[in-house]
Design a protein. Structure first.
Lengths: 245, 312
C-alpha cells in the first residue's frame, strides 16, 4: 500500500517485511523478517525516517519497542473499507504525498462504484448467501464485520455466517450444512494448484450443499482482498465476474 | 569445586556473552544497535536464564524431585494467562518492556499456592499436585482463549507460549538482574536448608531447619522470579528443568556450590539460545522456546544415556 502511494519514489522504501512482492521492485528491498515476527534490530539498522506498521499481525510489543527507540511509527489498519481509505490518506499525509494519495483513492472509489452498479444489476430480490473460506485446516471462515464480508456486500451477496463476536470463526460442517450457502469463495494461502484442488475436493464431499450442486465454488486468484490495498478493486472485479458467469 | 570446572564455567559464560553481543543481523554493528538492542538482550537473556535455572533448582530441592521446574507450580501458565486476558480486555499495559498482565497473573497464581502452603496439613506432594493442577487450569484457559479468538490474537498467545526476548531494554535487564542477585543472595543463605530437604522433610526438621517457613519462602521467591521472567520474556521451558541437572553433574549436590553454577549455566544457555534464535532464520526470529527445546532435549537425552552407559 505504501509502495503504491510512493510509486514515483521507490528509493524512499528502505526495508519491507518478508514476501512483499507488489509492486515487483519490493522484492529487491531489504527484508526485516516476517510481518508477524520482524527483527527490531533489522529495522533499527536500516535507520528509517518513518516506519509503517499494521495492526493486522505486527506484534504490538515490538512496534512499541520501535517507538521507544525513537523511530516514528505510523500504525495502519485495514479491517474495513473506511479504515483502508483512512490508511491511504494517512500514508499520503505522513509522506507529504497527500494530494497523490487522495487522487489514487478517488480512482479506487470510482472503480468500486462501477463494480457495485454491475453487481446491483444482477442482484435479485433475495440476496444470495455466500461463505468466505479463509483457512482449510482447520476450516476458518470470515464472518460479519470483516473486510471480506464488506467486499461480499459490495458485490451484492450476504454472508452465510450469522452475526457474532468472533470475526473468523471455525464452524462445524453441521453449521455450514445448515446455512447452505449458494456460493463458496475460498481464499488460498499459497494459491498453488495442489491447494486449489484440495479445496475443491473438500467441498465436493458435501453434494447436498447448494454451492456444490450449482458448481458455485470459486478459489479466488486475486490476493488483493486478503491484502487490502489500492488494488482491492481487482479482487472485487474477480468476485463480480464470477457471479456474472 | 575444582579449578578445572570453575574455569570451564567461567569460559562458557564469557563465550556466551561474547557470542550474544557479536552475532546479529546488523553488519557492521553500530553503537546504537549495540547499546539499545544487543546489550539489553544479552543481559536479559542471561538474567532470565539464570533466574529460571535457580527457580528450578530450589523447587527440585523442595520437592526432592529432579523433574520439577518453574512451570510445575503453574506460575508461568498464570503469567501467560494474565498477559492474554489483559490483552483481550485492552489492558495490555507494558512497563519497562514487561507485561503488567503477566506479572499480575503470576502473582495471582502464586497467591493461591502460597495460601495452600500456609496450611500445615498440606504436604509437599499435595502442594506439587496443586501446582500441577493450576498449570493445567492456566493452560486450559489459554487453549480456550485460542479456540475462540481470531487468528491475530492466537499468534499473540503463541508468542507468549514460545518465549520472546525482543522487548529487552536496559532498564528491564538491570531490573531483572537486580531481582536475580537478590534471589541468589537469599538462596545462598538457605543453602543448608536445601541440602537438608534431600533427606526428606522430617529429617530436615530434625536437623533444625524450619521447613514450613522455608517451604513458603521457596514458593514465594521461585514464583515471583518465574513470574517476573515470564512477564519480560514469555514462557521459556526446559531451562529450569535441565540446567540444575547439568550443574549437579559438574559440582555435586551441595547447594553452596550448586546455586552460583546453576545460575551461570542457565544464563549462558539462554544467551546462546537467543543468539541462535536471532540468526538461524534471520531476519525473522525463531521463538526462543523452540531453540531451548529442540537443541536442549536431545542433548539432555544423550547425556542421560551416556551417564547410564558409564555407570554399567
Amino acid at each position: 500500500m505504501v509502495a503504491s502511494i510512493t510509486s514515483d519514489h521507490p528509493e524512499w522504501i528502505v526495508g519491507v517485511s518478508e514476501l512483499s512482492d507488489d509492486p515487483k521492485f519490493l522484492e529487491e528491498k531489504t527484508s526485516v523478517g516476517s510481518f508477524q515476527n520482524f527483527s527490531v534490530e533489522s529495522v533499527l539498522f536500516l535507520k528509517p525516517t518513518i516506519v509503517f506498521a499494521t495492526m493486522d499481525g505486527n506484534p504490538k510489543a515490538r512496534v512499541l519497542r520501535l517507538r521507544e527507540l525513537g523511530i516514528p511509527v505510523v500504525v495502519l489498519s485495514t479491517n474495513t473499507y473506511d479504515e483502508l481509505r483512512r490508511s491511504i490518506l494517512l500514508i499520503g499525509q505522513a509522506l507529504g504525498q497527500f494530494d497523490s494519495a487522495r487522487k489514487k483513492l478517488a480512482g479506487l472509489d470510482d472503480k468500486i462504484e462501477s463494480i457495485k452498479k454491475i453487481s446491483a444489476s444482477r442482484a435479485k430480490n433475495v440476496k444470495e448467501v455466500a461463505l468466505l473460506q479463509v483457512g482449510s485446516d482447520p476450516l476458518v471462515v470470515a464472518g460479519p464485520g470483516t473486510f471480506l464480508d464488506e467486499s461480499l456486500q459490495l458485490v451484492g451477496l450476504k454472508n452465510a455466517v450469522p452475526s457474532q463476536k468472533i470475526k473468523y470463526p471455525r464452524p462445524s460442517m453441521e453449521a455450514i450444512l445448515q446455512w447452505d450457502p449458494s456460493w463458496i469463495f475460498a481464499f488460498p494461502s499459497t494459491g498453488s494448484q495442489g491447494e486449489r484442488e484440495k479445496i475443491l475436493q473438500f467441498w465436493n464431499r458435501y453434494p447436498s450443499l447448494q454451492a456444490v450442486r450449482k458448481k458455485h465454488i470459486h478459489v479466488v486468484r486475486s490476493k488483493y482482498l486478503s491484502r487490502p490495498s489500492l488494488r482491492v478493486s481487482e479482487g472485487l472485479r474477480e468476485l463480480s465476474e464470477e457471479l456474472l458467469k | 569445586m575444582n579449578k578445572k570446572v570453575f574455569f570451564l564455567i567461567l569460559t562458557l559464560a564469557l563465550f556466551s556473552i561474547a557470542l550474544g553481543l557479536s552475532v546479529g543481523v546488523a553488519h557492521p554493528l553500530d553503537e546504537e544497535i549495540f547499546l539499545q538492542i544487543r546489550l539489553p538482550r544479552v543481559l536479559l537473556s542471561f538474567s532470565v536464564g539464570g533466574g529460571l535455572a535457580l527457580s528450578g533448582l530450589v523447587l527440585q530441592a523442595l520437592f526432592s524431585n529432579p523433574l520439577c521446574d518453574p512451570y510445575t507450580l503453574g506460575v508461568s501458565s498464570g503469567a501467560a494467562l494474565g498477559a492474554v486476558v489483559a490483552g483481550f480486555l485492552g489492558l495490555d499495559l507494558v512497563w519497562l518492556g514487561g507485561s503488567i498482565g503477566a506479572a499480575l497473573g503470576a502473582i495471582a497464581f502464586t497467591f493461591v499456592l502460597f495460601m495452600f502452603s500456609l496450611r500445615s496439613s498440606v504436604n509437599q506432594v499435595s502442594l506439587l499436585l496443586v501446582g500441577v493442577m493450576l498449570g493445567f487450569l492456566g493452560s486450559g484457559m489459554l487453549a480456550l482463549w485460542m479456540a475462540v479468538s481470531d487468528s491475530s490474537g492466537m499468534y499473540g498467545v503463541l508468542q507468549w507460549f514460545l518465549g520472546d526476548l525482543s522487548r529487552a531494554q536496559r532498564s528491564t535487564a538491570f531490573l531483572h538482574l537486580g531481582a536475580l542477585l537478590a534471589a541468589v543472595f537469599w538462596a545462598l543463605r538457605r543453602a543448608r536448608g536445601f541440602d537438608a530437604f534431600a533427606f526428606g522433610e522430617e529429617r530436615a526438621r530434625a536437623l533444625g531447619i524450619s521447613t514450613l517457613s522455608l517451604k513458603r519462602e521457596i514458593i514465594l521467591f521461585s514464583s515471583l522470579l518465574t513470574g517476573m521472567s515470564v512477564s519480560f520474556s514469555g514462557m521459556i521451558g526446559f531451562v529450569g528443568l535441565v540446567v540444575p541437572y547439568f550443574a549437579r553433574r559438574l559440582v555435586g549436590s551441595l547447594h553452596g556450590k550448586l546455586i552460583p553454577v546453576t545460575v551461570i549455566l542457565g544464563g549462558s544457555l539462554l544467551v546462546i539460545s537467543d543468539a541462535l534464535s536471532r540468526t538461524l532464520i534471520a531476519p525473522s526470529e525463531l521463538p526462543i522456546g523452540v531453540i531451548t527445546s529442540l537443541f536442549g532435549a536431545p542433548a539432555f537425552i544423550f547425556i542421560i544415556l551416556r551417564g547410564r552407559q558409564e555407570s554399567r
